[in-house]
Write a protein that binds this ligand. Sequence first.
Ligand SMILES: C[S@@+](CC[C@H](N)C(=O)[O-])C[C@H]1O[C@@H](n2cnc3c(N)ncnc32)[C@H](O)[C@@H]1O
Ligand SMILES: [Zn+2]
Length: 324
Amino acid sequence: MSQAAPVYRCPHPGCDHAPLAPSAAGLACPQGHEFPFAPGTQVPVFAKEPPGANEYAAQNAAEVHDNALRWVFNTFRSDEATLRENLVRRLALRPGLRVLVTGAGAGNDLPYLARALQGRGDIHAQDFAQEMLLAGEQRHRALQTADLRLTFSVSDATNLPFADGWFDAAYHFGGINLFPDIARGMAEMARVVRPGGRVVIGDEGVAPWLRDTDYGRMLVRNNALYACEVPLRHLPAVATGVELTWELGQCFWVIAFDVAEAPPAIDIDVPHVGTRGGSIRTRYFGQLEGIDPALRDKLYQEAARRGLSRVEFLESLLRGGLEP
Ligand SMILES: C[S@@+](CC[C@H](N)C(=O)[O-])C[C@H]1O[C@@H](n2cnc3c(N)ncnc32)[C@H](O)[C@@H]1O
Ligand SMILES: [Zn+2]
């Protein structure tokens, strides 16, 4: 049997991801925030794109997206199943794990995730556009079995309704360039994945070495999203084991990383041996005001004459000067 039903948490700032309880129309938090189910479903709505706000929130969003995907795979002479299988494999899933898909759209990755779990585990698919997400729910609800729990929410990937570390892995393909805050989108995926879990994220972006070729320029002229840069600088500080590839004619970047317990840590007090002396701590946290350069040069000379590092000599002068 699969694990317990997803425990949704209140995404309101100030509620500290408090657990939600069933309410008359959906779910509610202890502070009174209400999250109704989408009409005729058990899909909670935490936040959503206003209807018609963009192509994903339009009435026939999933069909329009199907056409766009056909164009992509025909243009790049690639096979959708092969690509999606290849990317899902990077999550290193095994039976029984809990996986989150952000910006899941109409759920094209769900069958591959279900297969990678060998039919046992939990998949939660979320999207900000209710039209896309509900189309995905209808298309893929048959994947659900006694052993494979498949749940959906309409929510904002940059403010997820889950507790820290709830999932074992998180996956995203094809929408993060559009997120209002890419760093937050990545940070949220890392927050809700347990330390040691893996995250895979990919989207449009011509590889840098092709940007200034006719090939790259044609693609960017056709769709400005191909000009998006791989957002390495937006990875969370806990990202480790980072792998980066380009797929689909080198026009889609894919980043995979593990979630570490904490950002990297070093000993910042290891003393430097040599003329300057000090340590990483003194050089970073101990910066002083600028002084007369001639006086500085004299100070350096005197430190060398006494056989002290500059930091040792400077600190001794300052300590002496500050003594009552
Ligand atoms: C191009 S579609 C990709 C859908 C799906 N991942 C796929 O590969 O077919 C991009 C999706 O990202 C969703 N999206 C955009 N901003 C979002 C956000 N802040 N939170 C969740 N989903 C978002 C859109 O609604 C849309 O369904
Ligand atoms: Zn709340």
